[in-house]
Design a protein around this ligand. Structure first.
Ligand code: MTE
Ligand code: MO
Length: 492
């Protein structure tokens, strides 16, 4: 045998690879989409990524980090597929071996996924079988004069299988389930947001963030798709009466509505990971007191459907935490935790705000550690008093009088004062927008007559306990960034 032409050999590897991924994706549609080898390997990679690399990825790509990861994996896989094809010009053995080895990686990744059952390994097994079979088949066909047809048909079948998997896998009708929830009527409504709670006209965010604009941070490559009818919340651990609550049981309890600003610990100074919503739900305290918290417990350990965990100080969440089922008058958006999530004003999201929550374990900090703790983040993380300049933008241009505006937050202490200074001069107090609640952000603005040319503005907030935000520049790791936000702009 003289060996296959390189282009054809490469194509053999590539089509076999696509067939393998597609077969896995199709089977995953029936055993849980996150069993799809591609997604499972991606998710495993996220969980295994060292903290420094993860921090780098978030810093560099922001919330596009997942897209970057999936694209990077695609590039690596294509290289492996092409390489395996090229290495198999004289025999199908090397390519078959590569398919089996990739299969092992897939099985290992799926077997360690917390959100799929035992049947899930069928997906990577199907992937491996399809990869080996298609590779050997195309390898044989390649010798025929009319091999083009076989390649086209196989590639077509593979793409169809992959698309079918995606369609079936996403068939869980989350939207339908959200619609079916109907209106959520809180017994106590959040106070009406006054019209002067933001300075949106002057460049601050609007006080309430819409579902689409709400920042999104999570480790999930595919948004968990859970119907409210199939969802339940287990309450257990150091409690007298462990219970399981259905969605209907929760919605029929006394619902409260609270306006809360959520904040991410990985926000850089001046960063965007902060938003405010009207959350509807039940007090965590109501649920836990019904279950009867035992002496000695100090942590509420919450777990999501996809295996993310967060540990919150028990005393604090008993008083302040919500099991939220609604946001801004509607059931939670799927990306923000439908059917239910935790919301604890005053704590960063990673130690409190578990989305798609399915399990509440009353425990101790000694015994259990949340997802981010072994990855270098602090166990206890109250929100730091902070402020941000939203206008002018960096390198922005201002005509005439300069309006400087932004937001400040210090949940749950509340914001008492925001000051700005220009070019390191004297601090000047800004005008604060209406004070909605100590658990929300507060907008501010100031109008200034400035000389033409370049200027740098800095801001700093003081909370209601009298604490002014730290000037020292600290990175987000391990418990939130500090430092004054500064923006350089020019006056024309
Ligand atoms: N299931 C799950 N819940 C999660 C996370 C996650 O990775 N998985 N991330 C947390 C973090 S770090 C933050 S800041 C908030 C963000 O909530 P949002 O995406 O609704 O804004 O969710 C928290 N809840
Ligand atoms: Mo976060």
């Amino acid at each position: 045998m003289e060996g296959m032409k390189p282009a054809k050999a490469a194509l053999t590897g590539l089509v076999a690879l696509v067939a393998a991924l597609a077969a896995g994706h199709l089977v995953a549609a029936f055993v849980g989409l996150s069993a799809s080898p591609y997604l499972a390997v991606g998710n495993a990679a996220i969980d295994l990524t060292p903290s420094w690399l993860k921090d780098f990825a978030v810093e560099t790509f922001g919330t596009a980090d997942k897209l970057v990861l999936l694209s990077g994996m695609a590039v690596v896989l294509v290289a492996i597929g092409v390489g395996a094809g090229l290495a198999s010009r004289n025999s199908a053995a090397p390519g078959s071996l590569v398919a089996v080895l990739l299969g092992f990686v897939g099985v290992a990744a799926v077997a360690t996924r917390p959100d799929v059952g035992a049947l899930a390994v069928l997906a990577p097994v199907a992937s491996t079988a399809a990869g080996v079979y298609v590779f050997r088949y195309l390898h044989r066909e390649a010798e025929e004069s009319d091999s083009r047809r076989s390649f086209l048909i196989t590639a077509g079948l593979a793409v169809t299988a992959g698309v079918a998997g995606q369609v079936f896998g996403s068939r869980t009708d989350v939207e339908g389930s959200r619609q079916a929830v109907g209106p959520l009527t809180p017994k106590t409504k959040a106070p009406e947001i006054p019209f002067n709670a933001d300075f949106a006209k002057d460049g601050t965010p609007s006080f309430i963030t819409s579902g689409e604009d709400f920042y999104r941070i999570d480790t999930a490559l595919s948004v968990p798709r859970i119907r409210a009818e199939e969802w339940a919340l287990r309450v257990h651990g150091m409690v007298e009466r462990p219970t399981v609550l259905t969605f209907d049981e929760i919605r029929n309890m006394d619902l409260v509505e609270e306006t809360v600003t959520l904040t991410c610990v990985s926000n850089e100074v001046g960063g965007p990971y902060i938003s405010t919503g009207n959350f509807i739900g039940v007090k965590i305290g109501d649920v836990l007191r019904q279950a009867g918290v035992k002496q000695g417990a100090d942590q509420l350990f919450s777990t999501s459907d996809d295996g993310f965990t967060a540990g919150s100080p028990l005393d604090y969440v008993l008083e302040n935490g919500l099991i939220a089922i609604g946001m801004n008058g509607e059931p939670l958006p799927a990306e923000h935790g439908f059917p239910a999530r935790l919301v604890v004003p005053g704590l960063y999201g990673y130690v409190s705000a578990t989305k798609w929550v399915t399990d509440l374990n009353v425990t101790t900090f000694e015994k259990d550690q949340g997802y981010w703790i072994p990855r270098g983040w602090a166990t206890r993380a109250p929100i730091k008093t902070s402020s941000r300049i939203d206008r002018p933008k960096r390198q922005g241009r201002v005509q005439g009088k300069a309006v400087i505006a932004g937001t400040a937050w210090a949940q749950p202490r509340g914001v008492a004062k925001v000051e700005v200074r220009i070019d390191g001069g004297v601090w000047r107090e800004t005008e604060l927008a209406a004070d909605v609640s100590d658990t929300t952000w507060r907008m501010w603005k100031i109008e200034m007559e400035l000389s033409k040319g370049s200027h740098t503005v800095e801001c700093r907030a003081t909370d209601k306990s009298g604490q002014t935000q730290d000037q020292a520049r600290l990175d987000p790791v391990p418990d939130g960034a500090t430092g004054w936000h500064s923006v350089t702009f020019s006056v024309d």
